[in-house]
Design a protein around this ligand. Structure first.
Ligand code: C5P
Length: 397
């Protein structure tokens, strides 16, 4: 998929720069050409020789290198790629990008480019969570800059949290998604997935058996057709797909907030198994067994995220797709649900015990649209996803 794609890779100054050496290898293995740019700080972590040897190309470092200007000016360099990738992107590089600084080669290229830009941040957790970085991230999001990561985990500085640069193969997947040239290119699609966890007390929660497999497959299939995918996921068993914007949530309320923050989108697919009820008053401390009888738990109704988005006056996506997991009268119930929720399509399936669908690898669905009910054969969840993504692409033209 990356054959003959041209990547301009800016390597910033962070310990994660060592991973960028592997990233160059992985990209070249897939047929891409990599033109490397190393910042002054980047050169403190990896040597220009390793970078250029792996890239098989000269490494660009200095804005005022006259030979470079004679060979290829910085404006031309910034526009000679299909994609500009910044990995690692330090807090400082992100700040420069957000402010439009151009005081070295990397920032000048980023300001001069008319090519899409993908950023893989890497920094200490406190720097990532600092308000200034969050502001810069929001500015860059609004400017259409794409992000991959950062991941959560142990950091080279000894702390733990979000800030680790994504792994090379995750960045490769994000690059493939950014360059995917399918019918959904330029479209933004939201997918909800997984179960929600509704807390009872600090250690207990209400959940359901959704694995997140079908939602994950749909997000991956939409991304493969070129869509920019926002993936809002509860605590699922399967890992989220690479190359999409992942928004992890726990509760239905958080899922609603994340969904509303992701709007506007062209299409939204609600594959999450959202808990219908939450515990009205979560206990602040662990509930104890007492001799006085069983605990009384009062429930409150969760917001219906699908119905809210489908019925929204402002920012309603042009296509809203819901799911109906039923155990009886699947088509009749799903058809009624489509009306009740106000969505355009319903993907209905029978999740009775014995079908092996909930938590399994296959799905047997009926697609309910304005034109009626369409029975699909039993297919692998990936195939259902690919077919649904094609249908969505067809409906959005
Ligand atoms: O009403 P029911 O839970 O069967 O509806 C299923 C559909 O509604 C799914 O698409 C699910 O993602 C969505 N839903 C939601 N918010 C809820 C409940 C369900 O978005 N609170």
């Amino acid at each position: 998929m990356l054959a003959s794609k041209r990547i301009l890779l800016i390597v910033g100054g962070g310990i994660a720069a060592f991973k960028s050496l592997d990233l160059i290898r992985r990209l070249r293995e897939r047929g891409a050409s990599v033109t490397p740019v190393l910042t002054r700080a980047g050169a403190e972590f990896v040597t220009p020789l390793s970078v250029s040897a792996l890239a098989g190309q000269k490494v660009y470092q200095d804005l005022f290198d006259l030979t470079d200007e004679a060979e290829m000016g910085h404006i031309e360099l910034s526009r000679s790629a299909d994609l500009v990738v910044v990995a690692p992107a330090t807090a400082d590089l992100m700040a420069k990008m957000a402010q439009g600084h151009a005081d070295d080669l990397a920032s000048t290229l980023l300001l001069a480019t008319d090519t899409p830009v993908l950023v893989a941040p890497a920094m200490n957790v406190r720097m990532w969570e600092h308000r200034a970085t969050r502001r810069n991230r929001a500015t860059l999001d609004a400017d259409g800059i794409m992000f991959v990561g950062p991941n959560e985990g142990d950091m080279a500085c000894g702390e733990y949290g979000p800030g680790r640069m994504s792994e090379p193969l995750e960045i490769v997947a994000a690059i493939e998604a950014a360059l995917a040239d399918g019918p959904l290119k330029g479209r933004r699609v939201l997918v909800t997935s997984g179960p929600t966890h509704e807390p009872i007390d600090p250690v207990r929660y209400i959940a359901n058996r959704s694995s997140g497999a079908q939602g994950t497959a749909i997000a991956r299939a939409l991304s493969a057709l070129g869509a920019e995918v926002v993936f809002v996921t509860g605590p699922a068993d399967v890992p989220p797909p690479a190359g999409v914007e992942v928004v992890p949530v726990q509760t239905a309320q958080q899922m609603l907030e994340a969904v509303e923050a992701a709007l506007p989108v062209d299409a939204a697919v609600f594959a999450a198994a959202v808990a219908d009820w939450r515990v009205a008053k979560e206990s602040a401390s662990k509930m104890k067994k007492t001799s006085g009888g069983l605990p009384q738990i009062e429930f409150a109704e969760n917001p219906d995220i699908l119905a809210r988005v489908a019925g929204a006056k402002k920012n309603r996506p042009s296509l809203v797709v819901g799911f109906a997991a039923e155990t009886d009268d699947v088509v009749a119930n799903a058809t009624a649900k489509r009306k009740r929720k106000g969505c355009d399509w319903i993907v209905a399936n029978d999740v009775s015990a014995g079908t092996g669908i909930m938590g399994g690898t296959e799905n047997d669905i009926t697609l309910i649209t304005d034109d009626g009910a369409e029975d699909w054969p039993r297919l692998a969840k990936d195939q259902v996803a690919a077919r649904l993504a094609e249908r969505i692409a067809g409906a959005l033209v």
